[in-house]
Ligand binder design. Structure first.
Ligand code: CTP
Length: 474
């Protein structure tokens, strides 16, 4: 076999420094994983560099730290025999070649020293087991015992060992296979694919954080449906996100069918991903119909309906976020709100779009109104050109009205024009129920268009209706 040498992959000064440190310690050293893969794929060079040494990863890292110019942060994980250095925008991880399970996240700290090939065969995929030598005598030589280069050329994700072994070392690799397949546009080798199906139950032992890390990488791809479909087809999805899989299926009754809400959802996620990199807006698209399976009904006259699915869906959001350990505080309310309002803009059109309906929408959506409109547009997946045009035109009308009404009434960042304190002072009240009711009545009058959103008008209205509200509460 001819030797393949890629010194041009190693033109970052840091590699010379690692080489010098390794020589001083007298240990063979290699760069492996994503850095090598991405170089060979001619992608932008990764900032994460993984180093394997046939010695102590920690000792090597300590030496490299001393030799690196500038400020270097370091962390040493003695249990796992790994170390991490951060220098400028580089993150360099060091590990000693080992025989057993590779990943530092796995609970068993298996640190039995091994050869380079031992280490490579314990990695997730052949394309991630590619290594380049950092040693003087074969600087830049590709070390590829599992034909990773061929798999890279043929666009194949495949495990170096029997996939049952590779996946039992770290079941997260099953989701990583899907993530890499979608990110790189590769296919998963049939043996690896079948093993994912076979071992899917094992993902139960993983922390939700690790699963979500990979899942969100799939969600951030420019076409998330690629990975989502693979998650569904392998059965992995059902293991951690059964609500999504439940959307799949078309029922028929008396010749009437409804759309397949799973594949519709995937289209909506793809559509919105063309317009936004906001992960949570993508999540809103993913969950916008999540309440449908449990609200589905068949009516003799009108066929299938999903009444109230947006409300049920919005209620499901916090539960799903909690179970999947997603950031509860920052994003759950945003996603729930968008799910709850997801059908509103289009349904407004069914009747005349009144100013008050628009004001209510602006009031409820607040600053998220633009995101909501993006979601509604993405939700149009009909293949009937006439219908598509009709829906799009309708949304255009809503958008126009939103701008007009907002310019006039300033509802988007609605602040009650009369405060509770002012109400209490005027009517000589203590904090009590009527104060809130008067405030609410003023808000309602503005949204209904009885009075404009204006301080003086609101005060006049308060004087007019306040006494009656107080008396009705006595
Ligand atoms: N690795 C592994 N099993 C895992 C995670 C990682 O074998 N569960 C190995 C692979 O060799 C991988 C390397 O560790 O290439 C680095 O992992 P990571 O930084 O997660 O992935 P990259 O390959 O660098 O790719 P990306 O940066 O896209 O995540």
């Amino acid at each position: 076999m001819t030797k393949k040498i890629y010194p041009e992959a190693l033109n970052l000064p840091v590699f010379e420094i690692i080489k010098q440190a390794a020589e001083e310690l007298g240990v063979e050293t290699f760069v492996i994983g994503g850095y090598v893969r991405d170089f060979l794929l001619k992608k932008q060079k990764a900032k994460d560099i993984d180093i394997v040494t046939l010695g102590s990863g920690i000792k090597l890292a300590e030496k490299v730290k001393k030799l690196l110019p500038g400020k270097t942060q370091s962390a040493y994980y003695k249990n796992f025999g790994t170390a991490l250095l951060k220098n400028k925008d580089l993150e360099i991880e060091f590990v000693g070649a080992r025989k057993e399970s590779y990943h530092p996240d796995s609970r068993k700290p298996a640190v039995e020293n091994g050869s380079m090939e031992d280490d490579q065969k314990r990695r997730d995929f052949t394309i991630n087991a590619l290594a380049l030598s950092l040693n003087e005598d074969n600087w830049g030589q590709l070390i590829d015992p599992f034909n990773g280069l061929d798999d890279l050329k043929n666009k194949i994700i495949r495990t170096p060992l029997d996939p049952d072994i590779t996946f039992s070392d770290d079941p997260l690799r099953m989701i990583r296979a899907i993530r890499f397949a979608s990110q790189l546009g590769f296919i998963i080798h049939p043996d690896t694919f079948e093993a994912i199906k076979r071992n899917k139950k094992r993902i139960k032992i993983l922390s939700k954080e690790r699963i979500m890390d990979e899942f969100n990488k799939i969600m951030m791809h420019n076409k998330p449906s690629t990975g989502l479909k693979l998650l569904y087809e392998t059965g992995i999805l059902d293991e951690f996100f059964p609500e999504l899989g439940k959307l799949q299926g078309v029922e028929e009754n008396e010749g009437k069918t409804h759309k397949d809400n799973f594949y519709h959802t995937l289209e909506v996620v793809d559509n919105i991903s063309k317009h936004t990199d906001n992960l949570w807006l993508r999540w809103a698209a993913l969950l916008h119909d999540i309440g449908k399976p449990d609200t589905k009904k068949y009516h003799d006259k009108n066929g299938w309906s999903f009444h109230g699915h947006e409300f049920l869906g919005a209620k499901m959001v916090p539960k799903i976020f909690k179970r999947l350990k997603l950031p509860l505080n920052q994003h759950k309310d945003y996603v729930a709100k968008l799910v709850r309002l997801s059908s509103r803009p289009l349904s407004l059109i069914e009747e005349e779009v009144t100013d008050s309906a628009i004001r209510r929408l602006l009031f409820e959506a607040g600053d998220d109104i633009d995101d909501l409109m993006l979601l509604c547009e993405a939700d149009i997946t009909t293949k009937n050109k006439q219908k598509e045009k009709k829906y799009k035109d309708n949304l255009k009308k809503v958008r126009k009205k939103l701008i007009e009404v907002e310019e006039r009434d300033k509802i988007r960042n609605f602040q009650p024009p009369v405060s509770g304190k002012e109400i209490m002072e005027y009517f000589n009240l203590k904090p009590s129920k009527p104060v809130g009711m008067i405030k609410e009545a003023i808000k309602e009058a503005i949204l209904e268009g009885k009075i404009p959103n204006d301080k003086q008008e609101a005060l006049d209205y308060m004087k007019k209706v306040g006494q009656e509200i107080i008396e009705s509460n006595q």
